[in-house]
Design a protein around this ligand. Structure first.
Ligand code: GLU
Length: 325
């Protein structure tokens, strides 16, 4: 793999897949746009393995993701399973000590509290993709409700999650694709979990710690994480870190307007590769769906770096044309 002569002053971008299955075209779409934007702007491109959930993550899938990225021609400068780079480890499962330090900082600010609700464990390690039926936490275990003495006493003897108290205000940010966003955390999610009762780290804490400490200046990911950005920006503010810019990638649909499902064989890279698809035709279809090129013709990622422009990517579903091989 070629290590780019990166301009370190430009910062970094990252692709942060969860190794819970093989790549599908939705992941590839995100990876491609993130890579093109990084190469266009001279940022380093980091591959970070988001394997916080021990039940769902497998090293074997992470290796497949690396193989698929190489096949597509998306080379990374830092990270991956061999931990190349200065800001590692690059797998979240090995960053517990760092997250502990970050949680300590939040605790010292007095913005956390122990939560004894069983529901706190649900979903926290996973990125809250908007289809998961997330609930707004009512603040049941806030110490002022439970009683400060009771909260402290139970925290010593009972397993508990740790939550961040959210403010009663709107968090505003500009997304490079979806424009101005304004999210009231109290109505969107309520106080959110940063560590589960079983000790597992929550996505929200890990992603902020990692992006900040890895020098990430541009976050590109699927649009189902658009509103999560507000939770992360709140953590950036509390921790005194500079926030990166955010670009959320539209959902991919087929020509019939249906969302490409993970189970849809035509959207899985494994089956596309098994059917003999060429990487350049996959890249061409995705670049066309994004509006970066005018026809869905085969292209290598390196051929279209100059075409990458966030203004071309519209905040609406991106239509994937049928296979051209
Ligand atoms: N690990 C998340 C996923 O696989 C992405 C989170 C992010 O990019 O912030 O969807």
């Amino acid at each position: 793999m070629k290590v780019m002569d990166a301009d370190f002053s430009a910062g970094a971008a990252r692709f942060a897949p969860s190794p819970s299955g093989r790549m599908h075209l939705g992941n590839v779409f995100t990876a491609l746009l993130s890579w093109l934007s990084a190469r266009r702007s001279g940022r380093r491109w980091i591959l970070r393995i988001e394997d916080l959930d021990p039940q769902r993550s497998k090293a074997e899938y992470a290796l497949h993701i690396e193989d698929d990225l190489r096949w597509l021609g998306l080379d990374w400068d830092e990270g991956g399973m061999d931990d190349r780079g200065e800001a590692g480890p690059y797998s979240q499962s090995r960053r517990g000590e760092i997250y502990g330090e970050i949680l300590g900082r939040l605790e010292r600010l007095g913005v956390t509290y122990p939560c004894f609700c069983r529901r706190a464990d649900i979903m926290a390690t996973q990125a809250p993709h908007q289809t998961d039926g997330r609930i707004v936490y009512a603040g049941t275990c806030r110490p002022e409700r439970l009683g400060y003495g009771e909260s402290r006493r139970r925290a010593v003897s009972e397993p508990h999650a740790v939550r961040i108290m959210v403010p009663d205000e709107e968090i505003c940010f500009d997304d490079r694709v979806f424009g101005r966003q304004s999210v009231a955390l109290s109505g969107h999610c309520g106080d959110f979990v940063v560590r589960r009762a079983d000790g597992a780290w929550a996505y929200q804490l890990a992603v902020v710690a990692d992006d900040a400490l890895m020098g990430v200046t541009e976050v590109v990911r699927g649009c189902d994480l658009l509103l999560s950005t507000a939770q992360q920006l709140y953590l950036y503010r509390l921790l005194g870190f500079d926030a990166p810019s955010f670009a959320h990638v539209p959902l991919l649909v087929n020509t019939g307007g249906q969302r490409l499902s993970k189970r849809d064989a035509s959207a899985s890279l494994e089956s596309l590769r098994a059917r003999g698809a060429r990487p350049q035709s996959v890249v061409g279809r995705l670049a066309f769906a994004a509006g970066i090129i005018d026809r869905p013709e085969p292209v290598a990622p390196t051929d279209i770096i100059g075409e990458m422009d966030w203004n071309r990517i519209k905040p609406q579903e991106a239509i994937l044309t049928p296979e051209i091989d």
